[in-house]
Ligand binder design. Structure first.
Ligand code: C2E
Ligand code: MG
Ligand code: MG
Length: 788
């Protein structure tokens, strides 16, 4: 009896002590000073974990009631047992109350979860009490065998419930505590000593240790999860903040590449509601596009690579938009790759502006064709991607375009270029790239060509585009082009070389006359490069003081007096030395530089002539290009006025070509000059078209027989006849005749015999500087006796 009382006491104090310590240690998890959110989360997780086991707990408890019935059947009064069985089954069935409450309730409502938690704890105690009462009542009535069976059933029950409710230490403790207490009481009442219940207490102690450990693990896990959630919430909050304050928006995908947690801003930008976007695959929103932006980003996301300001194209409400996307893959310590998170920004405006700029940078604004920069890019790309022999270019240039600009004005010139641009575009279609390189220079890029013949035939086709006149307003302009072609490989190993050589071929074509085409040849390089070099050096030559005038006297044979000096231009370039006028004047004419240079010559000649005796004239050569220029007359008048030179002392020397080309404008200028009193001499007569007809149509003051006829006087009798015919006709028409290039006394004698009135040549005096002329004029320019 004493032992039994000691057993009861020991039992009470042990259970109280152990459970009290355990609860003290873990109670904070159910209340205490933890952050409310953590506490709530622990409750939620705990209830969620336990409620899942309720159906199994229910079934096993009922099975145990059945087993218990088998163990005690026949040994105890059946009425007592049925009563106990029903009460126990009811205590077990009551588990359905928290189970249903959980199912129906809102897991995020802390009050609901706490209520369920209390119910579970209470029911754990109730079940343990039911089993304990059963043991206390029935165990003393059983024999040792059946007691052992009941003990096993109770032990199994305890183990199952303790482990099943491990996440819920209070319920486990209540259950274990009540069952240990009642079980011990049952054992004591069944006649066992306090010593004999020690194994049960040891078992309970061990259960407590396990519960403590399990509860600790559960808490740790919950705290970790909570910390993770908190961190995510913080990130989400700062990201929301970021979204609210910037034009960017955030997006993220899960590990399978589907968008998740779609923000309102993202859904607005994509023009899709959040429900549609959530779960949509990345590659579905960024479907393959023409520019391959999306192909690139989808591949990188698939390979879990980061994106930095990558471009993406999106259809938003049927409208093409462009986004800039930056993103990085997200990795979790536990789960590994867990998706991609990034920011996006609409850059449609910026991109379109960029493209517009790029287009402007690549387009010739006048014709809409591509410009030099773009053409060079395309040509360079062609050399990088295909055999050089498949590449060709044809360069085009208009004949006399400068004249149109100068005479009809720039708007007409521009309209002509636009018209030609349109013809070239229509001809090229999608097959060729055509560029305007600048001025009146156009170039066509030919790819996949098959040898030089094909390039030449394209050049011929291009020249045919000039067949129809260009109609600009009231003007119908008939204009020719020249074409220069070059073939990759043979005529240039890279873009620059090919362009340069096509240019040289074009120069050669232009030198041959109007409407000609030439394929590049190696020999063109030297001559044409020299012309280019001259053209470069000639720019600004006048300002740099590199130009001078020499004068060559023209003598009257009957008196032997100097009647005029012909101004002959000289150029000494610092780099190239003295350059032959025949060479640099044609370059100046081609480049248009002859206009400013010619103005300078006129001014200089007028100034020099003003200091000579008044009966000596000055002859100035003018080029056809100058005559076509509308400003010639006014500049000439200005210079005469400025230096006080009478117009009658000036003679302009023109060549026959001018008369052939003479449009109404040139003829008008010539007549204006004549009206002014300026003399017009026909230079180099006999070398051009040798047509005597226009001699009748124009009142020349002089004709100058070309030196080639004079030169042949000694050797070729036909020359004497030609000169005689010219002199006779000139006399009949009232023109003076000057023989140029007289070098020998024999030529002089012949010319005298042929009644030629004036002579000029090395025999009398070479061209010399204005200073040297002083000597000559002082001597009144008399021919030496020996020569006369
Ligand atoms: P041009 O007007 O027929 O000038 C006569 C050329 O014959 C000059 O050549 C002169 O030096 C050269 N000459 C003079 N006497 C003799 C001679 O006895 N024998 C030979 N073989 N030649 C002689 P230059 O000075 O070399 O000028 C060549 C051409 O350049 C000129 O031919 C003229 O058409 C042109 N030129 C010269 N100065 C000017 C200019 O200021 N403006 C323009 N537009 N053309 C000019
Ligand atoms: Mg001359
Ligand atoms: Mg001449």
């Amino acid at each position: 009896m004493l032992f039994r009382q000691a057993g009861y006491f020991a039992l009470f104090s042990f259970v109280k002590n152990m459970t009290g310590r355990l609860i003290a240690r873990h109670a904070p998890a159910q209340g205490g000073g933890r952050a409310p959110r953590l506490r709530a989360e622990i409750t939620q997780r705990r209830v969620a974990a336990v409620q899942r086991l309720i159906p199994a707990t229910l079934i096993f408890n009922l099975v145990h009631v059945g087993l218990f019935a088998l163990a005690v059947w026949g040994a105890v009064p059946s009425g007592h047992f049925v009563l106990w069985g029903c009460a126990t089954a009811l205590a077990v069935a009551l588990l359905l109350v928290p189970w249903r409450a959980y199912r129906r309730g809102n897991p995020s409502r802390v009050e609901d979860m706490e209520r369920i938690q209390r119910q579970i704890t209470l029911l754990a105690g109730l079940r343990a009490l039911a089993w304990g009462v059963g043991a206390i009542v029935f165990l003393p009535q059983l024999g040792p065998d059946r007691q052992l069976l009941v003990g096993l059933i109770a032990g199994g029950m305890m183990c199952a419930e303790v482990f099943g409710f491990a996440a819920f230490p209070l319920a486990t403790l209540v259950y274990g505590g009540v069952l240990t207490l009642t079980g011990s009481m049952a054992l004591l009442s069944a006649g066992m000593t306090a010593f004999e219940i020690v194994p049960l207490l040891v078992f309970f102690a061990y259960v407590l240790v396990i519960v403590r450990h399990q509860a600790g693990l559960f808490l740790e896990e919950t705290r970790d999860a909570h910390a993770r959630d908190e961190a995510q919430r913080d990130v989400a909050m700062s990201l929301n903040d970021f979204e609210a304050n910037s034009s960017d928006w955030l997006w993220q995908t899960d590990a399978s590449g589907r968008f998740c947690a779609v923000s309102p801003r993202f859904s607005k930008a994509a023009g899709l509601d959040a429900e549609t976007l959530n779960g949509m695959h990345f590659s579905e929103l960024f479907a393959p596009d023409a520019e391959f932006f999306n192909t690139v980003i989808c591949e990188r996301v698939r390979l879990r690579e980061p994106l930095s300001d990558a471009r993406a194209s999106v259809q938003v409400g049927g409208v093409q938009r462009y986004w800039s996307i930056s993103a990085s893959p997200q990795w979790d310590r536990v789960d590994g790759f867990c998706g991609v998170r990034g920011v996006a920004q609409d850059i449609t405006g910026k991109l379109l502006a960029e493209r517009r700029l790029q287009q402007l940078a690549h387009t010739d604004q006048l014709t809409g064709l591509i410009n030099r920069t773009r053409f060079l890019e395309l040509l360079t790309e062609a050399f990088a991607t295909r055999p050089a022999s498949e590449i060709g270019i044809v360069s085009l240039d208009l004949t006399g375009f400068k004249l149109i600009n100068d005479t009809l004005g720039h708007p007409v010139g521009d309209a002509l270029l636009r018209d030609l641009g349109a013809r070239l575009r229509a001809w090229a279609g999608d097959a060729f790239d055509v560029a305007r390189l600048g001025g009146d220079e156009f170039t066509v890029l030919l790819l996949d060509i098959n040898g030089p013949a094909e390039v030449e035939s394209v050049a011929a086709e291009l020249l045919e585009l000039f067949d129809a006149p260009f109609v600009v307003g009231t003007h119908s302009l008939v204009i020719d082009g020249s074409a220069g072609a070059a073939l990759g490989g043979a005529h240039g190993a890279d873009a620059d070389a090919l362009m340069r050589n096509a240019d040289l071929a074009l120069y050669a074509a232009k030198a041959e006359g109007r409407g000609r085409k030439r394929m590049f040849e190696a020999e063109m390089c030297a001559g044409l490069l020299r012309r280019k070099q001259l053209e470069c050096a000639l720019h600004g030559a006048e300002e740099r003081g590199e130009l001078h005038l020499y004068y060559q006297p023209i003598f009257e044979l009957s008196t032997g007096k100097v009647v005029a000096y012909e101004a002959l231009l000289r150029w000494t370039s610092p780099e190239l030395g003295p350059v032959d006028p025949e060479e640099f004047i044609s370059v100046a004419e081609e480049s248009g530089l002859i206009v400013p240079i010619g103005d300078w010559v006129l001014a200089q000649a007028a100034r020099d002539a003003a200091s000579w005796p008044s009966d000596i004239q000055v002859c100035v050569n003018v080029s056809p290009v100058q005559l076509r220029n509308t400003t010639l007359l006014s500049k000439l008048v200005q210079n005469l006025d400025r230096y006080g030179l009478l117009p009658s002392r000036l003679t302009l020397e023109i060549t026959e070509g001018v008369l052939l080309e003479a449009g109404s404008h040139v003829a008008g200028t010539l007549h204006d000059l004549l009206n002014l009193g300026v003399g017009i001499a026909l230079d180099d007569f006999g070398t051009g078209y040798s047509s005597l007809s226009y001699l009748r149509s124009f009142p020349f003051s002089k004709i100058k027989i070309d030196e080639s006829f004079v030169e042949g006087l000694d050797s070729n009798p036909a020359n004497a006849q030609i000169i005689r015919a010219i002199v006779d006709m000139a006399n009949a028409l009232g023109f003076d005749v000057v023989a140029e290039g007289v070098e020998t006394p024999m030529q002089l004698a012949e010319l005298k015999a042929l009644n030629c009135k004036y002579v000029q040549g090395y025999l009398f005096a070479p061209p010399q500087s204005a200073n040297d002329l002083i000597v000559l004029t002082d001597r009144r320019g008399k021919l030496k006796a020996s020569q006369a």
